[in-house]
Design a protein around this ligand. Structure first.
Ligand code: 2AM
Length: 196
């Protein structure tokens, strides 16, 4: 049997930021305990979801990403958490997320690099527009979302949460009954732009 790996490419958040978001999630959990809240380890910005791919394809993807990021001149850049929202919308949310601000245009450039490398190994391009976000909860049933929760998340100010993005991670995802377990497969560092 061919071994398959569920994986995705993401930007990780600094640990102190994940812990701060998580403390807020702990408060929200009290209002909506039936939602699937993401644990602090699982907070990230997905750049591309690869689905379940063969181990040999994972190795090819690792190499393609390595080559692509070695060629790129995108240097480290700053991102920040900017507001909250939901897919498809706050009226009937399926996914609750934190928005991203700062040098978002750099993130868009990185997604292009990632898509290019993924295409090299035969993965289909994402056709939906890229909407950078950090998923904080998934909703099974709309009745699990009290009005209070939406009011609380809309009114809350998490304060300034910004960090420097130094690289991108190819992450393995294992689905467990208690939640997903993410393990880095490889990390790709952003090049410092040359000073002339
Ligand atoms: P999101 O939560 O950032 O929206 C790992 O499972 C990551 O891959 C998740 O955080 C999720 O992104 C994304 N993901 C999972 N299943 C997916 C799917 N079927 N299609 C697209 N993205 C998916």
């Amino acid at each position: 049997m061919v071994e398959v790996v569920r994986c995705f490419i993401c930007v990780e958040l600094e640990e102190k930021i994940r812990k701060k978001i998580s403390r807020w999630i702990d408060e929200l959990k009290i209002l909506a305990p039936r939602l699937k809240w993401v644990s602090w380890e699982g907070l990230h910005i997905t750049l591309k979801f690869c689905g379940e791919i063969s181990l040999s394809k994972v190795i090819k993807l690792e190499n393609a990403l390595q080559d692509a990021f070695a060629r790129e001149t995108i240097g480290p850049f700053d991102l920040e958490i900017a507001g909250v929202g939901a897919f498809p919308g706050l009226r009937e949310p399926r996914v609750l997320w934190l928005g991203i601000g700062g040098e978002e245009d750099q993130l868009v450039r990185i997604v292009e690099v990632v898509e290019g490398a993924a295409e090299v190994v035969g993965l289909e391009r994402e056709h939906r527009p890229f909407h950078p976000h950090v998923t904080i909860a998934r909703v099974k049933s709309p009745s699990d979302v009290p009005v209070d929760l939406i009011r609380t998340i809309s009114d809350h100010d998490l304060g300034q949460l910004s960090w420097k993005v130094n690289g991108v991670t190819l992450m393995k995802s294992e689905l467990k009954r208690t939640g997903s377990i993410y393990t880095p497969i490889a990390k790709y560092h952003l090049n410092q732009p040359e000073v002339s």
